[in-house]
Design a protein. Sequence first.
Length: 452
Amino acid sequence: MLKSDNPKNWAQQTEDHPTGRLWSLSKPPSQLPEVRKLTGPKVSIQDVQQYAVVAEGLEVVAKVVAQYNIIERLYLRRTGEGTTELKSSIVDLYTLILEFRIRAQNFYSKNTVERAFQNVFDFRNRFRKHLDDIAKQQIQVKKYAELVDTQQRKNLEEGLETLTLEEKDNFDRLRMALKDIQRPISRMERQLQYIHDNLESTQREKIFYWLSPIPYTQHHVQSKRDILDGTGQWFLDDDRMIQWRSSSPSSILWLRGIAGSGKSKLITTFIEQQVAEFQDLKNPMPCYFYCARNVTEPELANPAAILRSLIRQLSCLQTDGGILDPVRKVYEARQRDGFAAGPLTITESTALIIELIQSRQLTTIVVDTLDECDQLLKDELFDALTEILQSSNGLVKILISSRNERDIISELNGCLNLEIEAKKDQADILHFMNYEVDNLIQKKRLASGCPS
């Protein structure tokens, strides 16, 4: 039984445990409460994101503890070269994990009002620093683990004849378990059978058009035309993008930058990647919307129209599949009244999106150039996104791009964000310049290195 509430003391007492294992550190004296679902009349995106930050951190440390439980069983059952250093470095790692859990417990013990007065940016940075410290200590542990692994492999080869088949099998199974647990945590949509809605194709088209006549695919194709092959990879490979995609809690990633910085091109590149993964059966199809202020198409800036377009895309699990029951029932109810109630409202659309998400384990929503959304109605879109994040049972990932406008900063402050900077897309700029030069040479508009 551990007697101290000090993390370092917990670690030291566990180190001296008769079994020599550190696994009990994953259960300190004060158990953390489970992540609670946000409640109340209205919860801000800020509050949702604070929960997401802590939940992501808890996911990371839970995975680390499980991983090092296996490492202990692999490398610390016997003493040898490097085992003392490995054991000490794992103790230090668990100390950092316990400190993180204490911070998380303190966060969950506060009420919504107390959390609202926290600076979200500082809040995220404090938790991020703890996770960075944990990651750095893992590098140190890995160094000693590799040393011990090399020595144990040598000993294993030398004493192979003396090992029983059971011992060999246990060693191999532990190594496989360690390899599996080091893979990123991911959730994939269940392989559902093709859904038949017993609707004629013309009737299905009517439902789609009633939901939203906006040609969202056409907008994507138009945006894709000007993208140079091989550009935008830095965005897909960025640590924050990978963190956002691989973490289990529902969350928002905000891509921000000045006008003309290439946000839409990066968003299109991401959508293309998601579509390719859908075709390879790796991920569900994303749903997306390109906002725009256009006098001929005012619906492109209207939150209600944006949400209805997302419903249209979520209404089928497969591009050529049947329409899901919740959508069909809403349409038939409206049809019986001669569509007197008009199109779906924001409240109705939000509720329907949440219901449709229940059919999926992962839903990716992309909203490009959100700053183009109607200024007077933008808050309604933020409220809808908050409700979707808060109330959906499935995993929801929302990617938003916008300029750094004051109202958007206020709403998304604290969200995981990625700002476009010259140093990040330097390779894309160089690639574009080389392409243009080659193009000019081919068209004989460049001679001897000089423009003609």
